[in-house]
Design a protein. Structure first.
Length: 459
């Protein structure tokens, strides 16, 4: 089905962050957009305000009539939807064109210059930075992001003139194999999603295959020290990047007084006096990768300097809800042991000698089973840790796997507590801390407003 023939699009699982960005794309194109999701959310409410027809009951009769015409309705689904879903079965049995969201993004990278960000960690922040750098420059871009950017209040950016599209390339379910990148960053390849890949070797091979999909006139920008060896086509230009090594790297890093500045060393032209709009040390590397993509696309030195200084961050990525001289509360989406470690080290660097209390909600039974010791080691960098029950997402419980596996392996001497999420407000009310951080990719964010109210009373 060609894009011009699509009159309606139906999303099975429309409330996901990636799915909602594509829904916005088709709304902007003037198509009728319908969809199902399990529960209402802020994302689905905003989509409904923008014109999407959404329901929350798995029921074929609730599908809009315009979305029941197989000739001009495209069906898009997320891999998180089970194969037994009634609505998905209806579309399969009635001859509809059905695609995963990654297939749709792949189509876009065939008609536009795809600037993609892949990797276990840092995808959302790096791709959002790159999108901001380009959107506020003369180059501009389209963008499909994995988070809500604070600069634009959305996970989708539309341009009617730019040949570039920024895409967060997701390795889950090998989704990024549908893409045809013009330029891609690979931030990290720490094993994850072992329920899908089963082994680190298969995970690394998936990234290796991804590099073979880069267009022959394209670019690969690899973080230094990755285990994965690329398999690019002839003609692809390969660069490396890192904080202080690689073709793209930082020099003269200055951290203090709530600011981070540095100079970018780049084979495409050095850029002095970079100031981070979100001054966290992990954003030095994220920023270097984003600036590399922006330079490849043609953004100028002045545009990049301005864009880096004005980037306000992404919701749930080092997202400050309270920030005063006496107390702070922030949330972070970190849900892999390496991300947890990086998050904690960045917070400790920002708040030296402060009492930092972390609340962690593990995400997925399989990830907890595979990495509970690594989670415990990372959380043990702090002195005060609260562990919530596992957020199951798409999974059923696994016998013997619970958040107690992490709790019981925290290092001796750490103040530790187990807590059910519904008891979290009371626990915070009765706690003392200078900095509170909630960590995890589950529904802990649903408590953010209540937590903010409690922390503000402590100011």
């Amino acid at each position: 089905m060609k894009l011009k023939d699509i009159k309606a699009v139906y999303f099975v699982g429309i409330g996901g962050i990636g799915m909602s960005a594509i829904a916005r794309y088709f709304l902007h194109r003037g198509a009728t957009v319908g969809g199902y999701d399990k529960t209402p959310s802020e994302l689905t409410r905003k989509l409904q305000e923008e014109g999407a027809l959404i329901h929350y009951e798995e029921n074929v009769s609730l599908i809009p009539e315009i979305c029941k015409n197989a000739e001009n309705c495209l069906v898009i689904y997320t891999p998180a939807i089970p194969s037994c879903h009634q609505e998905l079965i209806y579309f399969q049995e009635n001859g509809f064109t059905i695609q995963k969201r990654a297939q749709v993004l792949g189509t876009l990278t065939q008609s536009l210059h795809g600037l993609c960000v892949a990797g276990t960690h840092g995808k959302t922040t790096t791709s959002s930075m790159a999108a901001h750098l380009l959107h506020q420059s003369h180059v501009d871009c389209n963008a499909f992001l994995g988070g809500i950017t604070k600069n634009y209040g959305t996970n989708y950016i539309l341009s009617t003139k730019s040949p570039y599209v920024v895409i967060e390339a997701d390795e889950f379910d090998r989704s990024f194999h549908w893409l045809s990148p013009y330029a891609t960053v690979i931030t990290s390849t720490d094993a994850d999603h072992l329920d899908i890949y089963e082994s680190e070797e298969a995970y690394l091979e998936s990234f290796r295959h991804y590099t073979s999909l880069i267009r022959p006139d394209g670019f690969l920008i690899l973080h230094t020290g990755l285990k994965m060896k690329p398999d690019t086509q002839e003609g692809v230009t390969t660069y490396t990047y890192g904080r202080e090594d690689g073709d793209f790297h930082a020099e003269n890093i200055q951290i203090g007084n709530g600011e981070i500045t540095f100079d970018l060393v780049s084979p495409l032209g050095n850029i002095p006096n970079i100031r981070l709009g979100v001054p966290l040390s992990i954003n030095i590397e994220n920023g270097i990768a984003a600036m590399a993509l922006a330079q490849i696309a043609g953004a100028t030195t002045e545009e990049i300097q301005t864009g880096m200084a004005t980037f306000n961050g992404v919701g749930r990525r080092f997202d400050f809800h309270v920030k005063t001289d006496r107390i702070a509360y922030l949330s972070d989406y970190a849900h892999h042991p390496v991300e947890i470690r990086q998050s904690i080290l960045s917070i400790k660097e920002l708040y030296k000698d402060k009492h930092i209390k972390a609340i962690f909600q593990p995400h997925l039974y399989t990830r907890t089973r595979d990495f509970y010791q690594e989670f415990a080691d990372a959380l043990s960098l702090l002195d005060d840790v609260v562990i919530l029950d596992i957020y199951p997402a798409r999974e059923l419980p696994i016998p013997g796997v619970s958040s107690e596996l992490i709790f019981n392996n925290l290092k001796p001497g750490i103040k530790r507590q187990m807590c059910h999420k519904e008891d979290l407000p009371a626990l915070i009310e009765n706690s003392t801390f200078d900095v509170l951080v909630t960590l995890g990719a589950g529904d802990i964010e649903d408590y953010a407003t209540r937590i903010q109210e409690i922390v503000n009373k402590k100011v």
